[in-house]
Structures are given as structure tokens and as C-alpha cells.
Design a protein around this ligand. Sequence first.
Ligand SMILES: Nc1ncnc2c1ncn2[C@@H]1O[C@H](COP(=O)(O)OP(=O)(O)OP(=O)(O)O)[C@@H](O)[C@H]1O
Ligand SMILES: [Mg+2]
Length: 369
Amino acid sequence: MTVGVIGGGQLGRMLALAGYPLGLDFLFLDPSREAPAGRVAPVVHGAFTDPQLLKWLSRECQVLTFDWENISVEALRKHACGARRARICPPVSALATAQDRVAEKRLFERLGIPTTRWHAVGSRPALERALREVGLPGVLKTRRMGYDGKGQMRIRTHEDALRAWQSLGSVPLIYEEWVPFECEVSIIGARSTRGQTVFYPLNGNVHADGILRVTRAPYGPARWHRTAVDYLTRCLEHFRYAGVLTIEFFVRNGRLIANEMAPRVHNSGHWTIEGCATSQFENHLRSILGLPLGSTRPTGHSAMINLIGEMPAREALLAFEGLHLHEYGKEPRPGRKLGHCTLVEESTTRRDRLARRLLARVAPGVRLP
Ligand SMILES: Nc1ncnc2c1ncn2[C@@H]1O[C@H](COP(=O)(O)OP(=O)(O)OP(=O)(O)O)[C@@H](O)[C@H]1O
Ligand SMILES: [Mg+2]
């Protein structure tokens, strides 16, 4: 059984590593010779839109999935879907919605999931309307292609908005209210092609400069988890989804406000590799192949810390008792995710103490609330 993966980044690499014990094989498509998945699985190199490669991949594989959101929905529909071609999971409709922040907001509203107030911004007059209707402060984001906080600018004043328009306005934008949140959480769940669903414990996420730094799980009161599961279920059923789906939330006055969704395994779920009975990667594979889903029971209190920009010395990290290290084999570059480490402890007190010590070493600027 061969799983085709469009995108050979660290998420794809961890998918392959989770799939080998199940007896699965993998084929990746990625333009980069340095794609992290290339160290563990065969990669065909070419554009994500290459008609020949997409057709070939969908003939060679039983199922196609993706580890990267910014791939062309049009190319997928045209070259990878159809008779005698592999199924694509998650559904392309979910990918199309997640690629466009406006479509995503409309879906949340349609499904009764609270989200930030927003206004589409396609012109200068629309920007003025957005500022009037949504108010200040806010954030201006590109509708498409954003990740790790790229393509967005915080707006505190009218002048900020004009400056942001100058630098971002060449593409369609969305203006959102700035939410003074107490914390950020995310929920990850899987739905199989047979309709079985499982949900992971809630993740508590700390971002800096728009990029995820730390996740702790299980996190927050049971009430938040129940609400998040309810919202995620609405999305899973809406798309008749297959695979892992993530929703990120702001928590404000104890209310969950949806920020965005990701139709794939998610950085805030990396802790599930060591911290849960079955990882998000394995459950993604099980769900797209119609296999029974694995238990999401946590094995302790986990903290996941991203290693960003430069890799700390391996010796220093491994000297932390119980630390699990994941290096993705990427060239260091400022702001780039190069790896992560996970701690699984018996108590939240011990986990947070160790996580703070580790953070002081690898990301001195990042504070754990
Ligand atoms: N409206 C908002 N109010 C408050 N904080 C926000 C808002 N929008 C974004 N942020 C902050 O910036 C982070 C990144 O924003 P967002 O999730 O929209 O970006 P992204 O580039 O799609 O990120 P990802 O890497 O999760 O795909 C959020 O997790 C949050 O910390
Ligand atoms: Mg996000």
C-alpha cells in the first residue's frame, strides 16, 4: 500500500515515520532537493502543479494526501482527481476553504462557530470601510498563502493601516479585529473514511512573532475541550472529512473564538508522537486508509518546544532527562522551523519547570504563562 504525499516537509517526513510500522510505503512530490522527507522516503522532484507528476503520483498510489496547504487546488482537481486515480484525502473542498481566510470565516459563521469580526479588503475604499466597521486595533492579513505569521501586519492606527496597505495591498486581504486573548488553544481530531472520529486533548499554544513556540497538553478546563470538539465535529461532518483536521482558537473571557483551520496534521500536535497512545500522524494515515483509529489517550503531561532559526547543540538538548529530539534536517535560516523537542512528565508542575529550563536555553525571549 503506497501513500502519495504532496509536499515533503517535516510534516510529511513524520507521516512516513509513523507509517512504516504499519507496513505502508510512501512517495513524495516536492520541488526541493533538500525536502526533509527525502531523508526517509523517495521524493519525485517537480512543481506541485506539474500535470505529468500529479497524474503519475495518483496512478502509483492508493491514496494521495498533502503536508502543505498552499498547493494548487485547480491542479489537483484537474490532474489528480478522477476515474482510475487515487482518492485525495483530506477532501479538496476542505483544502480550498482553508486556503482562503474569507472562505474560512464564512464557513465558521455558517456552522455557528464564533470567529473574529472581519471584513474583506480588495481596494482602498474597502479598507476604509473595514476600519470603520471592525474598528481599531486589528490585523491586516493576505487572504491566501499565509503561514507562520507571514503576510500579516498589526494595525493600531489609521497610519498603520495605510502603511500595511502599501506593503500588502497588491493581493486580496482581510482585516480582522485584534483579539486581546487570555490564551490560544487548538483542537486536533481525525475522521476516517468510514466515519469514525477521535479527538486529542486540547493544546495550549504560545506564539511569538506569529510563529508557534510552545504547546502544552492536555490544556484547559474540560468545558473548553467539549466546546472545541463540538466545533471541530461540525467541520468534519460538513466536509465528510477524512484525515486529521485542526482548528486554532483564541480564548477570551472563557469563550473560544476560531482563528483558522488547517486540513492536515499540525505543529501543535507534534507532542502526540510520544505523549499519546497514537500520534496524529498515525491517525491521519489510519483515517485516510479507512483503518480503525487509534486511542488518543495521553500518556502524561506534555510540552513541545519548537527549535527555530538555529539548531542548539544536540548534546545540550539530549542532556535534559526524558527529552525527545526531532531534527528535520533543514538548513538553518532565521524564523525557520528546524526541529522540535517534547517532554512527557507525570505532573504539570514538573513539566512546566523543565519546559522553562529548556526554553531559557533554546528560546530565551519566550515566556510560559
Ligand atoms: N485577530 C488576531 N488577534 C490576536 N492575535 C492574532 C490575530 N490574528 C493572528 N494573531 C496572532 O498571530 C498568530 C498567527 O496568526 P494566524 O494563525 O492567522 O497566521 P498563520 O500565518 O496562518 O499561522 P499558521 O502558522 O498557524 O498557519 C496567531 O496564532 C496569534 O498569536
Ligand atoms: Mg495559525
